[in-house]
Write a protein that binds this ligand. Structure first.
Ligand code: IPD
Length: 261
C-alpha cells in the first residue's frame, strides 16, 4: 500500500528505533539470570528509543507538537498537529524477555487520530493505518473478525500491576466477562492488543486507566479495520482513560458487560 508522506516518516522512525530495541532485547534476555535484573537497562533502552523517534519526527516535521511516554510534552508551532508516541509498549514483557512489545506512533490532527503505526519488531509485523485508507499488516489489508456470538469470542484486556487503583474494578469486569466468552487474555501490550483486534486475532479489547500513547495508534487501526471504539465512561477515550473496542457484531454486548462495573 502507498502511504502518505507523514506515514512514511512514522514508519521510518518506528523501524529505526526498533533496530536498536531488538539489540537491547537480546541483551535483556542475557540479563534475566543476573541478580540485579534488567530494570535500569530497560529504562535506558526505552528513553533512548523515544529520543531516536523524537529526533526523526521533529527533524522531518519541526512544527508538530509532541506527547510521548518518556519525555516532556511540547505544543508545536502548528497547534493542530501532534505526535503521540510510546517508544516501547509492553515494557514489562520486554523486561522479562517476552517477545511481545511494540513501538507505537500516532499522528493527531485537530483532536482526531489520522495516522498510526505499530511495529512488533520481534515478529516483524508492521501495522499501519490512515484515516479513510484502511488498516494493513505488512502491506496486507486487515479487518476485524466476524464473530457474532460472545461465547465464541476471545477478548484482550490489561491487568493492572500491583497497587493500581483500578484493580478491584478490573477483577469485577473479569467476573462478568469471563463466564460469557471463550477466553480473556492479558498480553501486556495495549498497542498490540488493538492491532490484533484490527487483524481479527482478538474479537475485542477493553481497559481502564490507559494512557493516550498506549492506544492512540491502535484505536485508529481498529476503526480502519471496520471495528468500533468508544470510551467505557464519559465521552472521550483520552480524557476518561477508559476504552472498549470490538468488531461491530459483538461491540454492544461487550460494552454492556464492562459498563456494568
Ligand atoms: C502498558 C501496556 C499494558 C497495559 C498498561 C500500559 P507500557 O504500557 O500497554 O498492556 O495494560 O495499561 O501502561 O507501560 O508497557 O508502555
Amino acid at each position: 500500500m502507498l502511504g502518505s508522506a507523514n506515514l512514511n516518516v512514522m514508519v521510518k522512525a518506528a523501524r529505526t528505533a526498533a533496530r536498536k530495541l531488538v539489540r537491547d532485547f537480546r541483551e535483556v534476555e542475557n540479563l534475566q539470570v543476573s541478580v540485579k535484573g534488567a530494570g535500569d537497562f530497560v529504562t535506558r533502552a526505552d528513553t533512548a528509543a523515544e529520543a531516536t523517534i523524537r529526533e526523526i519526527l521533529t527533524t522531518e516535521r519541526p512544527n508538530y507538537g509532541w506527547l510521548g511516554e518518556e519525555s516532556e510534552e511540547e505544543r508545536g508551532k502548528d497547534p493542530t498537529r501532534r505526535w503521540i508516541v510510546d517508544p516501547l509498549d509492553g515494557t514489562t514483557n520486554f523486561l522479562h524477555g517476552q517477545p511481545h512489545w511494540a513501538v507505537s506512533i500516532a499522528l493527531e490532527h485537530k483532536g482526531e487520530i489520522v495516522a498510526g503505526v505499530i511495529f512488533d519488531a520481534a515478529k516483524d509485523e508492521l501495522f499501519v493505518a490512515e484515516k479513510g485508507a484502511g488498516a494493513f499488516m505488512n502491506d496486507q489489508r486487515i479487518r476485524v473478525s466476524g464473530r457474532r456470538r460472545l461465547i465464541e469470542c476471545a477478548f484482550a484486556t490489561g491487568l493492572p500491576f500491583g497497587g493500581r487503583s483500578d484493580l478491584p474494578l478490573t477483577l469485577k469486569d473479569l467476573g462478568r466477562v469471563m463466564p460469557a466468552v471463550a477466553g480473556v487474555r492479558s498480553t501486556g501490550s495495549a498497542a498490540l492488543d488493538l492491532a490484533h483486534v484490527a487483524a481479527g486475532r482478538f474479537d475485542g479489547y477493553w481497559e481502564r486507566r490507559i494512557h493516550a500513547w498506549d492506544v492512540a495508534a491502535g484505536l485508529l487501526m481498529v476503526r480502519e479495520a471496520g471495528g468500533f471504539v468508544e470510551p467505557l465512561a464519559g465521552d472521550d477515550v483520552f480524557g476518561s482513560r477508559t476504552v472498549v473496542a470490538a468488531n461491530g457484531n459483538v461491540f454492544a454486548a461487550l460494552a454492556d458487560l464492562v459498563r456494568q462495573g
